[in-house]
Write a protein that binds this ligand. Structure first.
Ligand SMILES: Cc1cc2nc3c(=O)[nH]c(=O)nc-3n(C[C@H](O)[C@H](O)[C@H](O)COP(=O)(O)OP(=O)(O)OC[C@H]3O[C@@H](n4cnc5c(N)ncnc54)[C@H](O)[C@@H]3O)c2cc1C
Length: 367
């Protein structure tokens, strides 16, 4: 049996980020069921950092993550930022005033702009459809693949071994530690980290631990072309206040999401054509653009805990079982902070006590 200090299940941005931040643990194994890391949610995101996005805990994690994004410090040859300026524009379509107002109240840092200023940012918008708008400059595109790759490299430098096509099929707690079985190999470890994304509750069940109640939700994206005379490069991400769609420029084309959030079982998810068609219809009613051709489309899973806050920390019910799950639609932009917090906890340090309490799986455990 192969012996490790820590076995991380899942090599998405969360597993990779954690392995890159573990400094004192030298024998780390990361097990990934797919042929390559990042195959699921991490490889399918919209790649955005929006400072004002998410609940209070998420926003604290966004703040903590920002310095890292600007200075990833993994390799001196690659120390440039993985962020590039994008900006974020939310428009209040007629009838969305209440939602728009509560978004503003929730985010006092946001600045309201008028309809004309919104049109200067995105000339595609139809002015008769909205009456208010808010713009946030602190929103960025993230080079997700670059960031993931840097963390995998740093993980390797930390001594982490990555094994793909290695699905964890059973987890058994013994007096010597956890016995982790992938069918072809068996491992022994004191600590198992559950960073299995949409499968994190299923992994808990393998360990005979009651799931915390994670819900994977499908989110779809399409890419379409823009008219030749459209200079979209500097457009911000733009969306409606009711969360019915969002769009952003992408290499001269336009990426559009119907902002779907349908609960589905954990799986290799594909977009639903009807959901896409309805989303395009909602989007088209606010812009001067006919989406005539879909050039690319995909879907991925955003996995939420019941309170929409990630689940990070040791499970109080089972020694050596650590959760790093439930990152919802914020898993990339919060990954620097969550990786550091998780690595500290695993190495016996407490760096952000208030956040650790808010993130702890203990909140789902009956006393
Ligand atoms: C369309 C879309 C847009 C998004 N946009 C954004 C955005 O703009 N900004 C943002 O911050 N976030 C965004 N997100 C959310 C973000 O992508 C996720 O929160 C993040 O990728 C979660 O990372 P993860 O490592 O937990 O999950 P994953 O990347 O899914 O990794 C989990 C891994 O665990 C592996 N695994 C599961 N079970 C086992 C097992 N039994 N044995 C071995 N391996 C296993 C899986 O194969 C998978 O590779 C978006 C998500 C989607 C779908």
């Amino acid at each position: 049996m192969h012996d490790f200090d820590i076995i991380i299940i899942g090599s998405g941005i969360c597993g990779a980020g954690l392995a890159a931040h573990l400094q004192d643990s030298k024998r780390i194994l990361m097990l990934e069921m797919e042929p390559q890391p990042g195959f699921h949610s991490t490889g399918r995101s919209a790649a955005l950092y929006i400072r004002s996005y998410g609940n209070v805990t998420i926003r604290a994690l966004n703040e903590l993550s920002l310095p890292f994004f600007n200075d990833p410090q993994v390799d001196s040859k690659e120390d440039e930022s993985v962020l590039s300026q994008r900006g974020f524009l939310s428009i209040c379509l007629h009838g969305q005033d209440e939602m728009f107002e509560s978004f503003l109240q929730d985010n006092p840092i946001l600045k309201e702009i008028n309809v004309q200023q919104a049109l200067e940012l995105v000339p595609l918008l139809r002015p008769e459809t909205f009456n208010r708008a808010v713009y946030e400059p602190e929103a960025y595109d993230i080079d997700v693949a670059g960031m993931h790759q840097r963390w995998l490299k740093q993980a390797a430098k930390n001594g982490c071994v990555l094994e793909c096509q290695s699905e964890v099929l059973s987890l058994e707690k013994t007096t010597d530690g956890w016995v982790v079985d992938t069918g072809s190999k068996t491992y022994l470890t004191k600590t198992v980290v559950n960073s299995a994304g949409a499968w994190a509750d299923a992994v808990a069940k393998l360990a005979s631990i009651t799931p915390v109640g994670l819900t994977p939700k499908r989110r779809s994206i399409i890419v379409t072309s823009l008219p030749d005379n459209c200079d979209s490069e500097n457009w911000p991400l733009f969306c409606d206040a009711g969360d019915n769609w969002y769009a952003k420029p992408e290499s001269g084309k336009l990426l559009i999401s119907p902002a779907d959030a349908d609960p589905v079982p954990a799986c290799d998810i594909y977009p639903d054509d009807m959901v896409i068609a309805e989303g395009i219809h909602r989007f088209e009613s606010a812009v001067d653009l006919d989406v005539t051709r879909i050039e690319n489309k995909w879907a991925g899973l955003r996995t939420f805990a019941p309170d929409n806050t990630p689940v990070v920390g040791f499970d109080p019910r089972s020694e050596g079982f650590f959760w790093l799950a439930g990152q919802g639609g914020y898993g990339i932009q919060t990954a620097p902070a969550l990786s550091q917090i998780a690595a500290d906890l695993l190495e016996g340090k407490s760096s952000h006590p208030e956040l650790e309490t808010a993130l702890s799986p203990a909140r789902f455990v009956d006393n």
